[in-house]
Design a protein around this ligand. Structure first.
Ligand code: GDP
Length: 438
């Protein structure tokens, strides 16, 4: 029996979903511990090609139970949409459970996300406008709605009226939004119509109720029985609320501390933490990204790696592997090992750069870690080490020795820079394209 956390070691989109789908074959419970439907996982397996936004990536293993933990924020209409898509593909999701303490994304959260970005103007964060940040704000402000509230309709309706009244006052007085020429006039009307919201959310509740459980009890029983549990992260360390490049962060904690909190199990029960890192770097949204490439190499990484957001379709910013950022993540997350994904995307390059440190052009100082200040981070330049490319197709490699020598040397260099073993290397999105190193 073991509890494994699978955590993003970069800016997100590292391929955590495919790693969880792979590892879930041996797990009886997979728990998604944070975030909402703002970032998605793409999973390619013998059943097809799936885009998951909220549902944990163990869902395709019918004997594996999947829990949306209390740390997740759930937009019920989005979850129902996802369940409908999975049902159409033959997965009825009777193996999905939802923690009763999980918070809800309400319609006004999506609206406030848009109003806040509009207010930020040029300083916008590039959020996905899915309402995730405002939902976590309400959670912390102790006025959030939770899954359990949907099962108490009278109290839900009553609180809804109060909440909508507050949002109306915010929209009218503070944002002074919703005039006849405002493109958000329609969304404002919808997001403050408590009757409509009650209808929609309580209808959703009727469908979701069979999945709602006391999440902690489910987890506790699994621990008691000695089952193998996977904790599935969303986004990555560089977007962590506390440790990412503030304010270009998400509103939850992707690092393993967040896993304990958001899944509902004691931190000391986590036996192993697997960091997932891409063989290069990508990010969606605003904020510093020292190794970003605006040249043909960046385009080549984007096209070869199909680097377009799972949830939004937005092109991802691409650059060389940043060993400083991953080392920062290793220190925070304490990885037992790293799963390195998308090595095949580098197959075409004659030579490959790895960022081993940063240099501050203003002071000539060398940085070996990530500074607290986004403006300092924004001016740091990467110090690169050049490694030989392999210009050989690796997608059909199935074992470590199938990889060309320069590809192995690249992985080994990354391993020594990270200071932890690289246990898995993936050379394609399919399950069989995962190389497990002994
Ligand atoms: P996640 O949110 O961390 O699960 O990552 P995403 O699903 O957003 O992005 C990872 C993308 O890379 C998905 O489209 C995967 O199918 C794809 N992918 C994962 N591993 C590999 C790999 O080794 N090679 C290639 N070419 N694609 C991969």
């Amino acid at each position: 029996m073991s509890v494994f956390a699978v955590v993003g070691a970069q800016w997100g989109d590292e391929g955590k979903g495919r790693v969880v789908d792979y590892l879930a074959a041996d797990a009886s419970l997979v728990i998604r511990y944070g975030g909402g439907n703002n970032a998605g996982h793409t999973v390619v397996n013998p059943h097809g090609h799936f885009k998951l936004h909220l549902v944990p990536s163990g869902i395709f293993h019918r004997a594996t139970r999947n829990l949306l933990g209390n740390g997740v924020v759930i937009h019920p209409p989005a979850l129902l949409d996802e369940l409908d898509h999975l049902a159409a593909a033959g997965f009825n999701c009777s193996n999905l459970f939802i923690a009763d303490r999980a918070h809800l994304v309400m319609p006004w959260h999506l609206l406030l996300d848009q109003l806040e970005e509009r207010e930020r103007g040029a300083a916008r964060l590039g959020t996905t406008s899915r309402g995730i940040g405002p939902a976590y704000v309400d959670k912390v402000a102790r006025r959030g709605f939770r899954m359990i509230d949907l099962l108490e309709p009278d109290a839900f309706r009553e609180r809804l009226g109060v909440a909508v009244g507050r949002v109306r006052r915010l929209v009218d007085s503070y944002y002074q939004a919703g005039g006849p020429d405002d493109e958000l006039a329609g969304p404002i009307r919808e997001a403050t119509d408590s009757h409509r919201i009650a209808e929609e959310y309580l209808a959703a509740a009727a469908r979701l109720a069979p999945h709602v459980v006391d999440g902690q009890a489910l987890v506790d029983e699994a621990l008691e029985r000695g089952e193998t549990i996977l904790l599935e992260g969303q986004l990555g360390t560089m977007r962590d609320l506390d440790w990412g490049v503030y304010p270009y962060v998400t509103s939850s904690s992707p690092i393993p501390g967040g896993a304990s909190l958001g899944a509902g199990l004691p931190a000391v029960r986590i036996d192993k933490v697997i960091g997932v890192a891409k063989a290069y770097t990508t990010a969606v949204g605003a904020g510093p990204l020292p190794t970003e490439l605006d040249d043909g190499h960046g385009t080549s990484l984007r096209e070869r790696g199909a680097e377009y957001g799972t949830s939004t379709g937005r092109p991802r910013r691409c650059g060389w592997y940043d060993a400083v950022a991953v080392r920062f993540s290793v220190r925070l997350a304490g990885y037992s090992s790293i799963a390195l994904t998308k090595l095949d995307v580098l197959d075409a390059f004659e030579s490959i750069q790895v960022c081993v440190a940063y240099r501050d052009p203003a002071t000539e100082a060398r940085w070996e870690t990530v500074p607290a200040s986004a403006s300092v981070y924004g001016r740091l330049e990467p110090v690169y080490e050049e490694l030989a490319g392999w210009q050989t197709d690796t997608a059909s490699a199935r074992s470590w020795t199938d990889l060309p020598a320069p590809a192995r040397a690249y992985v080994e260099r990354i391993e020594s820079l990270a200071g932890v073993p690289i246990s898995h290397v993936s050379v394609g999105p399919a399950r069989e394209q995962m190389i497990v190193r002994s």
